[in-house]
Design a protein around this ligand. Structure first.
Ligand code: HPA
Length: 275
């Protein structure tokens, strides 16, 4: 594993001398942010050793390095999902590579269904915590202490300081930022209404099919995490209409401007270089 991480990072460093501090994982419809990265070097996933290749419609597959709002960033334009059939190790491999490149903070975004009935499609939600209903953990197997500890603490998986910063930035920008618990399901079928009632009963505010594996590996690697969901639809059974990927993409498209403004505002306010 370490050798594969090293090979991938080495190839990336051959393409770009930039040492990124912030990793961006851009979910459905939000990859557009990567277009705004200055001095960008974009590397298609298929050119990076051991990287899996993205298959979902609306996801481009490339890693983009450069500067955004004065921060050195590496962005994943397109991410990998368990439901695509990738092993967890592949889904989370890019996080390991980001760590190796120097990333200290990860900003992870996704599209999610709203379980909390006070939410509306188009709302943005700061992830306070998650529930892993994928029932799989990317850290299963022998632990390499050089990558992280055997039993990483998850009591503050989503960094409290970064959450405060996100709330402050949203307030300054006049963006209404909801907050809640993200419940991760394996997918790819959407949930049933009964499943959504169950998720609500156990404290879920939004549901999606990504993010949790990456967050677990980021925490294992000692990367601080900020998570943001775009509530792209109300979860199953709340509204009379069926769910569709088209609705998810349409809503993401509709709120893109606000989402990008928030993410850029957060990047702008993140502490600068201390070295
Ligand atoms: N359920 C699961 N994943 C999702 C949803 C949903 O309703 N919307 C966007 N991603």
């Amino acid at each position: 594993m370490k050798e594969r991480i090293r090979q991938a990072a080495e190839m990336i460093q051959e393409q770009s001398a930039l040492r990124p501090r912030v990793g961006l994982i851009l979910g459905s419809g939000l990859g557009i942010l990567a277009e705004e990265i200055e001095g960008a070097v974009a590397i298609p996933y298929e050119e990076i050793p051991h990287f899996p290749v993205s298959t979902v419609e609306g996801h481009v597959g490339r890693l983009v390095l450069g500067e955004l709002e004065g921060q050195r960033v590496v962005a994943m334009q397109g991410r990998f999902h368990l439901y695509e059939g990738y092993p967890l190790e592949s889904v989370t491999f890019p996080i390991r590579v980001m760590k190796r490149l120097g990333v200290e903070t990860a900003l992870i975004t996704n599209a999610a269904g709203g379980i909390n009935e006070s939410f509306q499609p188009g709302d943005l939600m700061l992830i306070r915590d998650h529930i892993n209903f994928m029932f799989r953990n990317p850290l299963v197997g022998p632990n390499d202490p050089e990558l992280g500890e055997r039993f990483p603490d998850m009591s503050e998986a989503y960094d409290a300081e970064l959450r405060r910063l996100a709330r402050r930035v949203a307030g300054e920008l006049g963006i209404d930022l909801k907050e809640g618990v993200y419940a991760a399901m394996l997918g790819p079928s959407y949930e049933t209404p009964a499943e959504i009632r169950m998720l609500r009963a156990v404290g879920g505010d939004a549901v999606g099919m990504s993010t949790v594996p990456e967050v677990i590996v980021a925490r294992h690697a000692g990367i601080r995490v900020l998570g943001l969901s775009c509530i792209s639809n109300m979860a199953a059974g709340i509204l009379p209409q069926p769910l569709s990927h088209e609705e998810v993409m349409e809503t993401a498209e509709r709120v893109k401007e606000t989402f990008l403004r928030l993410v850029k505002g957060i990047l702008h306010s993140l502490p600068r270089e201390s070295d």
